[in-house]
Design a protein around this ligand. Sequence first.
Ligand SMILES: Cc1ncc(COP(=O)(O)O)c(C=O)c1O
Length: 349
Amino acid sequence: MIPVEVLESLAADMVDYQKTGLSLVEVSHRGAVYGEVHLETIALIRELMSVPESYSILLLGGGATLQFSMLPMNLLPAGKSADYINSGAWAHKAINEAGKVGEVNVIYDGANENYMNLPDPKSIKPTPDAAYLHITSNETIGGLQWKSFPEFQGVPMVADMSSDILSRPIDIGKFGLIYAGAQKNLGPAGVSIVIIRNELLSESPKNLGSYLSYSAHAKANSLYNTPPVFPIWGMKLVLENIKRLGGAGAVARANTQKAAKLYETIDSSGGFYRCPVNKSVRSDMNVVWRLQNETLEADFLEKSTNAGLMGLKGHRSVGGCRASIYNALTEENVDSLIEFMADFSVKNG
Ligand SMILES: Cc1ncc(COP(=O)(O)O)c(C=O)c1O
């Protein structure tokens, strides 16, 4: 979801952007009007995520999927290997793509526990001399989330934060690089954020195609080519909204409360609903559950859709049910779902 006030603001300003006589999506990306939006967006990310000056913030196209390839193209030189933690469907994709570029070590494989658990962060020890260690902070399909992050010296930690970026405060200093598609928590699809420690920029190979080079984008402050103007504008409005709400801490408190209520409904249903994910790593963003009687799931999904509760079908690769309760989804929205679930279990239990 995108906050309704953001959608209204986009609509109001679409034709005549702040009385400039032109739409923001038709002015030059090198002009002052867009330039201000671009710089303010980057400044808001820096402020809300407490990104130190020793990191660059890049706004890129291509989705998080491009980052699966761009990351190893920049940071995984021949002769070195990169560590990956396989925590589910998205980590698996990141691993596959990195394997096309260089050598990958899977140092933890969640497939062994059917992707219902994550490793203890304290147990994570990177391969000496690994180029980086990659984690997926929130598995969108499986419904798992790292509650605290591994800490180690020497090897940069990289995180795909596509589905929990700015949902909670993060200590950026622990990471060498963070990437995320904006479309879950931060705005319309079409822009990705990369936050990279400046010292890693010198790793980008000189012969890499320019668009693929972190260093080229950092040097141009993400204006190497025409940036995705519309999603950046939408993201700026979402970031302003997060700031008004009190920042990452306030958003995190609301998210934890929403998720706790929903898990409580599942756990107290006497087995009618069940969440297969280990309690200590259940996601505050994507709550997954099954019905004890799986043949009732189709009925549950049809009736919930009819009741105006949209998008509760689990990902096609795993089935079941999933509520994606990103930042903009309100506690009242979650309450409506809980009410529906309670009613459905009484009628069908
Ligand atoms: C954790 C995670 N990583 C990567 C992606 C891929 O993102 P994109 O569609 O922006 O390429 C997604 C999309 O849902 C995701 O949830």
